[in-house]
Structures are given as structure tokens and as C-alpha cells.
Design a protein around this ligand. Structure first.
Ligand SMILES: [Fe+2]
Ligand SMILES: [Fe+2]
Length: 305
């Protein structure tokens, strides 16, 4: 058993906040709400398409759209391992703390709605873009790999992802929405509204799981988190190659070797910043991990991508 600091969140206030948010997938995307391919889908801070100087402005916009599609796919993919993690956690807590059970059931319902949401947006993307962009996977194979690890290791990855989602919206989207496609902005905003509760529930789940473990088992979970991060990093690098292939097909030209290297370097950096660094360096993620294991956070901070 490991002593954990008193939780700063509580289930009653999370349930109260969750009840204020209410939207359905069909409110956000559908025949009457097409994506506007004249506008970027994501802020440049998340995709760095304008940094690829060998591309024309029109080509940079196409790259932004390709990154928008991969964003949908990558979020849909991670939610496919978050959902079973949360369902297993609900089963483990039973009915002894009924507010916790209610909150985690709501979490699972929302994550399954988000998977549906990302899939609907991905279908709208393919219909409007006119070209099928390849993405890494399969989601089931990736979920199978991730879920082989300890529940606390997977919960730490989930905590990372949910705080990262907060950062994407608050730092990059909230004040730049006028230049972005309104439907994509709406997706990011509505997803963020529910993730705000999830990030707090993840914190409580991490604390619950850690309380039952020895210090040695917590170190195993930290090692699992690092292993999953390195695996996801390989996936992001593979996605850069797929993005380059899609871009070249759509713009009808092949980049030179130097241009291709430049593209890959910028885009790998961009994916790592958006999906890995944004979570690892989030102050709330750091605080939770340091409470578990000060030495463990030092090992996480030292991950070389
Ligand atoms: Fe989600
Ligand atoms: Fe979530």
C-alpha cells in the first residue's frame, strides 16, 4: 500500500459539472453541417504545416487537412483503449462509492460517444476531401498492445491524454477559432467540455489504483507508461510517412529527397509536441506523477523521442 496525498477533486462536484454539458453527435456533424475545406481544421501551433517551406500556401492548407484527419483517427484510436480501462475500473469499484460508480459510468458513456463523434467526422472528411488518407492501426491492435500493461500504467497514459486535450483547446484553439473551420472548432470545444471532467476522474482513478500498490509496483507502472509512450512515438513517426504519401498524391508531385527529409523532421517534431510533450509537461500530470513517485517523474521527463 502506498500513501497518496488527499485528492483535490471529488465525485460530487465532477457529477455536477458533467450534468451541465449535454450534446449529441448529430448536433455537431451531419449533412447540414459540412466541413469547410477553404479553412484550416487545426491551428498551426498543433500541425506546423506553415513551417514546411517547400509547400505553397494551398499545399500547406492541404497538409493541415491531412493532419485534421489524422487527429480524428488518433483520438478515436486512443479512446478505444481508454473505454475498456474505465469499464474495468467501474467493475472494480462496484457500488461501495455510488457517486464514483455514477461518475465513471458517465465517463464511459461519453468516451463511447466520442469514438462515434470522431468516426462521423472522419467519414465527413473522406467525403469532402475526395481522397482516402491512410492512418496507423488497427485501433484494436494498438488497444491490445496498450492494455497488456498494468492498469496504473494505462491510467497514467489516459491522464496524459486527457490533460493534453485540455491544453490543445485552451492554448491553441480557444482564441484562434475565427480562422478555423467552424465544425472542427465545434468538435474540439465540445470534446474539451467533457474531457475537463475526465481529466479529474483520471486523477482520482490513478490515486485509487496507486493506493493498492507497493512502491515497487508503482515503479512498474511508470515503466509501463514510458513503454507505451515510446510505442505511440513509433506510431506517430509511421503516421508522418503516411501523411507524406497522401500529400504527394493529392498535390500531384513528389517532394525531392531534401524536401521530404525537411517535411519528416518538422512533422515528427509537430506530432511529438502535440501528442507527447503537451501531456508529459502538463502541470497537473506532473503533480499527480510526482505524488506517486518523484523519481518516476524524473525518468518520464528524461524520455528521448
Ligand atoms: Fe474523449
Ligand atoms: Fe476522455
Amino acid at each position: 500500500m502506498t500513501a497518496i496525498a488527499i485528492p483535490k477533486y471529488n465525485y460530487a462536484s465532477i457529477l455536477k459539472d458533467a450534468a451541465k454539458v449535454s450534446w449529441q453527435v448529430e448536433d455537431l456533424i451531419g449533412k447540414n453541417r459540412p466541413l469547410d475545406f477553404c479553412k484550416p481544421f487545426l491551428p498551426d501551433a498543433l500541425v506546423h504545416s506553415r513551417s514546411v517551406s517547400c509547400l505553397t500556401p494551398d499545399e500547406q492548407l492541404i497538409l493541415n487537412h491531412i493532419r485534421g484527419n489524422s487527429y480524428l483517427h488518433l483520438f478515436g484510436l486512443v479512446e478505444e483503449f481508454i473505454l475498456p480501462l474505465v469499464i474495468n475500473h467501474v467493475q472494480s469499484i462496484g457500488c461501495s462509492n455510488i457517486e464514483a460508480t455514477q461518475a465513471f459510468l458517465g465517463f464511459a458513456t461519453e468516451e463511447s460517444k466520442h469514438i462515434h463523434l470522431f468516426r462521423e467526422f472522419a467519414s465527413a472528411f473522406t467525403a469532402g476531401f475526395g481522397y482516402v488518407c491512410d492512418t496507423i492501426g488497427s485501433p484494436q491492435a494498438i488497444a491490445d498492445f496498450v492494455l497488456q500493461h498494468s492498469p496504473l500504467g494505462v491510467a497514467l497514459v489516459t491522464l496524459h491524454i486527457e490533460w493534453m486535450t485540455q491544453r490543445h483547446f485552451l492554448d491553441s484553439v480557444r482564441n484562434h477559432h475565427e480562422s478555423l473551420d467552424p465544425q472542427f472548432c465545434s468538435l474540439l470545444k465540445h470534446h474539451w467540455q467533457e474531457e475537463a471532467q475526465h481529466a479529474r476522474l483520471d486523477t482520482l482513478m490513478v490515486q485509487d489504483l496507486a493506493q493498492m500498490l507497493s512502491p515497487e509496483e508503482i515503479e512498474v507502472a511508470i515503466a509501463d507508461y514510458i513503454n507505451i509512450m515510446q510505442y505511440l512515438n513509433q506510431g506517430l513517426k509511421a503516421q508522418v510517412k503516411l501523411d507524406l504519401a497522401a500529400l504527394q498524391q493529392v498535390i500531384g508531385r513528389t517532394l525531392t529527397a531534401t524536401e521530404g527529409d525537411d517535411f519528416s523532421q518538422i512533422q515528427e517534431f509537430s506530432y511529438q509536441q502535440a501528442f507527447l510533450v503537451a501531456g508529459i509537461t502538463h502541470p497537473n500530470f506532473i503533480q499527480t506523477v510526482r505524488e506517486l513517485s518523484p523519481g518516476g517523474y524524473a525518468r518520464i521527463a528524461a524520455i528521448a523521442f
